[in-house]
Design a protein around this ligand. Structure first.
Ligand SMILES: CC(C)(COP(=O)(O)OP(=O)(O)OC[C@H]1O[C@@H](n2cnc3c(N)ncnc32)[C@H](O)[C@@H]1OP(=O)(O)O)[C@@H](O)C(=O)NCCC(=O)NCCS
Length: 144
Protein backbone atom coordinates (compact mmCIF):
# COMPACT_ATOMS: atom_id res chain seq x y z
CA UNK A 1 0.00 0.00 0.00
CA UNK A 2 1.27 3.48 -0.84
CA UNK A 3 1.56 5.45 2.39
CA UNK A 4 2.53 8.91 3.48
CA UNK A 5 4.07 9.27 6.92
CA UNK A 6 4.06 12.62 8.71
CA UNK A 7 4.48 14.02 12.17
CA UNK A 8 1.28 13.89 14.23
CA UNK A 9 -0.48 17.13 15.12
CA UNK A 10 -2.56 17.93 18.20
CA UNK A 11 -5.75 17.62 16.16
CA UNK A 12 -4.86 14.03 15.15
CA UNK A 13 -5.36 12.72 18.69
CA UNK A 14 -9.03 11.81 18.12
CA UNK A 15 -8.18 9.74 15.06
CA UNK A 16 -5.32 8.03 16.89
CA UNK A 17 -7.53 7.21 19.86
CA UNK A 18 -10.03 5.80 17.35
CA UNK A 19 -7.56 3.28 15.91
CA UNK A 20 -5.91 2.34 19.22
CA UNK A 21 -8.18 0.16 21.38
CA UNK A 22 -5.89 0.58 24.39
CA UNK A 23 -6.03 4.38 24.13
CA UNK A 24 -9.83 4.27 23.97
CA UNK A 25 -9.97 2.56 27.35
CA UNK A 26 -6.85 3.74 29.14
CA UNK A 27 -6.35 7.33 30.23
CA UNK A 28 -2.64 6.70 30.79
CA UNK A 29 -2.15 5.64 27.14
CA UNK A 30 -4.07 8.72 25.94
CA UNK A 31 -1.82 10.95 28.05
CA UNK A 32 1.29 9.14 26.74
CA UNK A 33 0.08 9.75 23.20
CA UNK A 34 -0.77 13.41 23.82
CA UNK A 35 2.63 13.95 25.41
CA UNK A 36 4.39 12.31 22.44
CA UNK A 37 2.50 14.56 20.01
CA UNK A 38 3.37 17.68 22.02
CA UNK A 39 7.02 16.62 22.06
CA UNK A 40 6.90 15.98 18.28
CA UNK A 41 7.79 12.35 18.93
CA UNK A 42 4.79 10.77 17.15
CA UNK A 43 4.42 9.97 13.43
CA UNK A 44 1.31 8.80 11.65
CA UNK A 45 0.86 6.73 8.52
CA UNK A 46 -1.97 7.66 6.16
CA UNK A 47 -3.01 6.51 2.71
CA UNK A 48 -1.03 8.57 0.22
CA UNK A 49 -4.27 10.13 -1.11
CA UNK A 50 -5.89 10.78 2.31
CA UNK A 51 -3.51 12.51 4.73
CA UNK A 52 -6.27 13.15 7.28
CA UNK A 53 -7.19 9.55 8.14
CA UNK A 54 -4.40 7.69 9.94
CA UNK A 55 -3.99 3.93 9.53
CA UNK A 56 -1.41 3.70 12.28
CA UNK A 57 1.08 5.59 14.37
CA UNK A 58 4.48 5.15 15.92
CA UNK A 59 6.51 7.03 18.51
CA UNK A 60 10.25 7.56 18.86
CA UNK A 61 11.99 9.10 21.85
CA UNK A 62 15.18 8.87 23.88
CA UNK A 63 13.60 7.60 27.09
CA UNK A 64 15.67 4.39 27.20
CA UNK A 65 18.99 5.20 28.90
CA UNK A 66 19.29 8.15 26.51
CA UNK A 67 19.14 5.80 23.49
CA UNK A 68 16.66 6.00 20.61
CA UNK A 69 13.62 3.95 21.60
CA UNK A 70 10.34 3.09 19.88
CA UNK A 71 7.83 2.83 22.75
CA UNK A 72 4.70 2.41 20.61
CA UNK A 73 3.68 1.31 17.16
CA UNK A 74 -0.02 0.71 16.56
CA UNK A 75 -1.90 -0.13 13.37
CA UNK A 76 -5.69 -0.02 13.02
CA UNK A 77 -7.37 -3.44 13.01
CA UNK A 78 -8.55 -2.92 9.44
CA UNK A 79 -5.07 -2.11 8.12
CA UNK A 80 -3.07 -4.85 9.80
CA UNK A 81 -0.90 -7.19 7.81
CA UNK A 82 -0.67 -4.78 4.89
CA UNK A 83 2.82 -3.48 5.65
CA UNK A 84 1.85 -0.36 7.64
CA UNK A 85 3.71 -1.45 10.80
CA UNK A 86 6.82 -2.30 8.81
CA UNK A 87 6.79 1.07 7.01
CA UNK A 88 6.25 2.98 10.26
CA UNK A 89 9.15 1.19 11.98
CA UNK A 90 11.42 1.80 8.99
CA UNK A 91 10.45 5.48 8.98
CA UNK A 92 11.23 5.85 12.70
CA UNK A 93 14.61 4.17 12.17
CA UNK A 94 15.36 6.73 9.45
CA UNK A 95 14.26 9.63 11.67
CA UNK A 96 16.53 8.38 14.47
CA UNK A 97 19.46 8.23 12.09
CA UNK A 98 21.44 6.52 14.85
CA UNK A 99 23.77 3.54 15.05
CA UNK A 100 21.21 1.58 17.05
CA UNK A 101 17.51 1.76 17.90
CA UNK A 102 15.82 -0.04 20.79
CA UNK A 103 12.22 -1.15 21.27
CA UNK A 104 10.34 -3.59 23.50
CA UNK A 105 7.24 -5.71 23.60
CA UNK A 106 5.51 -8.28 25.77
CA UNK A 107 6.57 -11.90 25.34
CA UNK A 108 2.97 -12.72 24.37
CA UNK A 109 2.94 -10.22 21.47
CA UNK A 110 3.76 -12.57 18.62
CA UNK A 111 2.80 -10.19 15.77
CA UNK A 112 5.23 -7.54 17.08
CA UNK A 113 7.95 -10.11 17.71
CA UNK A 114 7.56 -11.40 14.15
CA UNK A 115 7.67 -7.86 12.78
CA UNK A 116 10.87 -7.15 14.72
CA UNK A 117 12.48 -10.38 13.56
CA UNK A 118 11.63 -9.51 9.96
CA UNK A 119 13.22 -6.07 10.37
CA UNK A 120 16.44 -7.46 11.83
CA UNK A 121 16.02 -6.66 15.53
CA UNK A 122 17.84 -8.85 18.05
CA UNK A 123 16.96 -9.69 21.63
CA UNK A 124 18.68 -7.36 24.07
CA UNK A 125 17.30 -8.27 27.47
CA UNK A 126 14.20 -9.13 29.47
CA UNK A 127 12.39 -7.08 32.08
CA UNK A 128 10.30 -8.99 34.60
CA UNK A 129 7.48 -7.66 36.78
CA UNK A 130 5.88 -5.10 34.47
CA UNK A 131 2.93 -7.23 33.32
CA UNK A 132 2.48 -10.27 35.58
CA UNK A 133 3.40 -13.51 33.80
CA UNK A 134 4.26 -11.70 30.56
CA UNK A 135 7.87 -10.42 30.64
CA UNK A 136 8.85 -7.41 28.54
CA UNK A 137 11.41 -8.30 25.86
CA UNK A 138 13.86 -5.57 24.83
CA UNK A 139 15.15 -5.55 21.25
CA UNK A 140 17.87 -3.61 19.45
CA UNK A 141 18.64 -3.04 15.79
CA UNK A 142 22.13 -2.07 14.72
CA UNK A 143 22.02 0.14 11.66
CA UNK A 144 24.57 -0.30 8.92
C1 LIG B 1 2.32 -5.36 15.79
C2 LIG B 1 1.63 -4.49 14.74
C3 LIG B 1 2.10 -3.04 14.89
C4 LIG B 1 2.05 -5.01 13.35
O1 LIG B 1 1.57 -4.10 12.38
P1 LIG B 1 1.13 -4.56 10.90
O2 LIG B 1 0.94 -3.34 10.11
O3 LIG B 1 0.01 -5.52 10.97
O4 LIG B 1 2.44 -5.33 10.43
P2 LIG B 1 2.92 -5.53 8.91
O5 LIG B 1 1.74 -5.72 8.02
O6 LIG B 1 3.86 -4.44 8.56
O7 LIG B 1 3.68 -6.91 9.04
C5 LIG B 1 5.07 -7.04 8.84
C6 LIG B 1 5.49 -8.43 9.30
O8 LIG B 1 5.24 -8.58 10.70
C7 LIG B 1 4.82 -9.93 10.99
N1 LIG B 1 3.43 -9.94 11.46
C8 LIG B 1 2.60 -8.87 11.57
N2 LIG B 1 1.42 -9.26 12.09
C9 LIG B 1 1.52 -10.60 12.31
C10 LIG B 1 0.64 -11.57 12.85
N3 LIG B 1 -0.61 -11.26 13.26
N4 LIG B 1 1.08 -12.84 12.95
C11 LIG B 1 2.32 -13.18 12.57
N5 LIG B 1 3.21 -12.31 12.03
C12 LIG B 1 2.81 -11.03 11.92
C13 LIG B 1 4.94 -10.68 9.67
O9 LIG B 1 6.27 -11.16 9.56
C14 LIG B 1 4.71 -9.55 8.67
O10 LIG B 1 5.23 -9.82 7.40
P3 LIG B 1 4.34 -10.62 6.30
O11 LIG B 1 2.95 -10.01 6.33
O12 LIG B 1 5.09 -10.37 5.03
O13 LIG B 1 4.33 -12.05 6.75
C15 LIG B 1 0.08 -4.60 14.84
O14 LIG B 1 -0.29 -5.95 14.94
C16 LIG B 1 -0.51 -3.83 15.99
O15 LIG B 1 -0.85 -2.63 15.88
N6 LIG B 1 -0.69 -4.50 17.16
C17 LIG B 1 -1.30 -3.85 18.35
C18 LIG B 1 -0.36 -2.85 19.00
C19 LIG B 1 0.94 -3.51 19.42
O16 LIG B 1 0.95 -4.58 20.00
N7 LIG B 1 2.06 -2.82 19.12
C20 LIG B 1 3.39 -3.32 19.44
C21 LIG B 1 3.89 -2.97 20.80
S1 LIG B 1 3.82 -1.23 21.13
Amino acid sequence: MSLSIRQALTEDIHHLTGIDAVARNDERRREQLAQAIRARECWIACKANDAAAPLGYGCLDRSFFGEYFIPLVVVSDASRRTGVGRQLMTHLERVASAQKVFTSTNTSNLPMRQLLAQLGYQHSGTIENLDPGDPELVFVKFMR
